[in-house]
Design a protein around this ligand. Structure first.
Ligand code: NDP
Length: 269
């Protein structure tokens, strides 16, 4: 049976194994998919062991996406552009191909599943890690009127402005400097929710009729989803829709068939 896995730290919360097992059943593919806890310092060796033992592909999650970018021999255009890899496929010639399906996953959830239009909207992204790298290009491609990027470590947000300059304008900012602004959509791409914590955002940033989206997901509403509800968001949701959509694109890369995501998303609710 072909073997796949998701690598990350922490990984206990991951729903990727359930999702890929459902995709496999639905598309009649014989494969196994497991979650493996991998700290950054052993990522390289673990990845090599996995493929030497016959593995066919992996997903990489927090905090491994930028390390995964460094490990692969080939990159898809969107992975090359973002500097982060969330999907690795073993190619027929034995080399590793890195892709990034986070951006298409998020945009599909926002614009198709949730029916939002981002054109002309004011967007704020919190966090400038591996996940943010994957979503910034596609978000700019949706033609917002503004895209602000706040990060705890200012230099990382500033680096994104230059990295994505050919696609559109990113305004890097600190959390403190946000207080004069309002946004139609606030996306939490920090990993704070994994510790039930909130980035240092102030009240009053969400415009009337605004939407909050947390890339993280959990059984109970995340700290950021709760913040959005407290701020009067018309919609404040976690990233399980993105998770299913990005997984579908990874599955397509590995197996050549696109699974039906609606069925799987429904089963996760
Ligand atoms: P990384 O480790 O690469 O980056 C983490 C980011 O979070 C950094 O910008 C870091 O800031 C910031 N951060 C962490 N803790 C805090 C805090 N307490 N306050 C403010 N900022 C904080 O992680 P990823 O980018 O890979 O993942 C980010 C989140 O997105 C995770 O929760 C992950 O589960 C989720 N995710 C969900 C997906 C989905 O399909 N739904 C797909 C991909 C990711 P600094 O740079 O200052 O350290």
């Amino acid at each position: 049976m072909d073997r796949y896995a998701v690598l990350g730290y922490p990984i206990g919360h991951s729903k990727s194994p359930i999702i890929h097992q459902q995709f496999a059943k639905q598309t009649k593919q014989a494969l196994s998919y497991e979650a493996i806890e991998v700290k950054p310092e052993v990522f390289s060796a673990t990845l090599e062991d996995f493929f030497h033992a016959g593995g066919k592909g992996v997903n990489c999650t927090v905090p491994l996406k930028e390390l995964a970018f460094e490990k692969v021999a080939q990159l898809t255009e969107r992975a090359q552009f973002s500097g982060a890899v969330n999907t690795i496929k073993l190619m027929d010639d034995g080399t590793l191909l890195g892709d990034n399906t986070d951006g298409v996953g998020l945009l599909t959830d926002l614009c198709v599943n949730l029916g939002l239009s981002l054109e002309g909207k004011r967007l704020l992204v919190l966090g400038a890690g591996g996940a943010a790298r994957g979503i910034l290009g596609p978000l700019l491609g949706a033609k917002p009127s503004a895209l602000f990027l706040a990060n705890r470590t200012a230099s990382k947000a500033e680096a994104m402005e230059a990295l994505f300059a050919s696609v559109g304008h990113i305004t890097p900012t600190s959390y403190e400097a946000l207080s004069d602004h309002q946004f139609d959509l606030i996306i939490n791409a920090t990993s704070a929710s994994l510790n039930d914590a909130l980035p240092a955002i102030n009240a009053g940033l969400l415009a009337a009729n605004g939407v909050c989206y947390d890339l993280a997901y959990s059984e109970q509403p995340t700290a950021f989803v709760r913040w959005g509800l407290d701020e009067g968001a018309r919609l404040s949701v976690d990233g399980r829709g993105m998770l299913v959509e990005q997984a579908a694109h990874a599955f397509k890369l590995w197996r050549g068939v696109m699974p039906d995501t609606a069925q799987v998303l429904e089963s996760l609710k």
